[in-house]
Design a protein around this ligand. Sequence first.
Ligand code: FE2
Length: 180
Amino acid sequence: MPYIKDLLQSLFIMASMVEARDPYTGGHLWRVSQFSGLLAKKAGLPSDEVARISVGGFLHDLGKIAIPDHILNKTGSLTDLEYEMMKTHPEVGSRLLSGHPLAELVRSAVLSHHETPIGTGYPHALRGNDLPTDARVISICDAFDAMTSTRPYRQAMPITQALNIIQHEKGASLLRRDSQ
Ligand SMILES: [Fe+2]
């Protein structure tokens, strides 16, 4: 594809608009991208998949661009209604990608990063082998970065504690309202 670097750059710009609206998560997308690439490589995936997953890690929360500021930047717990609105971001992100020439590279990362192996995730309650590999990798790294980052309303968790939680829960209940 002749302009693939430009097309990739346009995806990164779209994703960075999300981060610009959420000052408390500075660097989150970049870290999730880096962690996801490292984890994918460690899992033995081929280099083209590692690259694709790294890009997906940067794009995963694209749909948050449509979440109102008072929900996106809320420091307390979300109400049930706010949580339902927040849960629309994977499908919104997937729709935003429509028409982009590289959409299919990152669609499953954007659409499925809040699914879990036991079917408790959203938007489609996928389970087991129905979960795309990139979404699995990115959801682990998303949860890890959320737990180990300081937010205005809580301190960062030690890395070893976060890794223990991920190991113990094996993705079953990594859906935390403060790590959407
Ligand atoms: Fe998300």
